[in-house]
Write a protein that binds this ligand. Sequence first.
Ligand code: PIR
Ligand code: CA
Length: 326
Amino acid sequence: MEKIILDCDPGHDDAIAILLAAGNPHIDLLGITTVAGNHTIEKVTRNALSVCAAAGIRIPVARGAECPLVTPQMVGEYIHGDSGLDGPILLPATYELDPRHAVDFIVETVMTHEPKTVSLVPVGPFTNIALAVRTEPRIVERVKKVVVMGGAYTRGNVTPGAEFNIYVDPEAAEAVFRADWDVTMVGLDLTHQALATDELQERVRAIGGQISDFVLAVWDFVGSTYQKQYGFDVPPVHDACCVAALIDPDLITTALADVHVELHGEWTKGTTVVNFRDIPGMNHTNGVALRQTDFRTSVALSLDWPKFADLVVDAIERLSAPVVNR
Ligand code: PIR
Ligand code: CA
């Protein structure tokens, strides 16, 4: 079992990540922490509780940072709508928020579990994670893995270079990449392979019931904004890829790289500058001697989509089954 804290900003694909984490038997979802990103902290926190209500799950939800560390706030309404999760019916919360701030939740959870047993899965801007590292630096050696959704080595989705989660809080992202822990960067290069295809949607439709309806409404809404904004036929399920990578590491291939976040560029702010150690033609050191230890981020390259789709279907089936059968 992989113990994880899912740090998210639901968010359509965040909602699917919550369902995958809650429904998969190899994941022990210790808590959901929220961060302003796709929408304000009020809205994404309410949405996290609504997803839990829709799926009948009861996992601690702790509210986190309301704005980035330095950069002025920006929300992703153009993709996620006015609620941050337009499309499905958003049920009222069925339980109270955890009383702790997300940063305290993360620090306490990591420090009270055995070393190297808890992994962090940031799938919104990395504000809470950066604040947690500054609050309690010992979490860096204590955390097992950090599997982030963010960045890209080919092309961004906010600007030509920058991906949303990094663009929104680039200083936090740079702090997370600089910390000496085991980070996997699941960027757009990978998540654009994780598409909610018609085939996947039909398999979810066949399950039937409230959770299936919820997921289809999520994909229906975000599918139409992705069509409008990016010309995609079907929407990507970005954030669920990080959870899938922890369930089955064979699902994604990775390569080691030195990753930095551009903090000052006029056209490139928030871009992840990715220097691969071993990929011919994608190492741009040009004679500048980097230490081998600088290449410490595993960057996701390719996804086993059939296995990914199976995991998503399986989690929805399990969550939809009567409680006695789970
Ligand atoms: C997706 C997101 C934000 C903006 C766009 N255009 C698309 C959200 C997703 O929830 C995901 O975590 C990440 N940010 C992808 O950039
Ligand atoms: Ca997200």
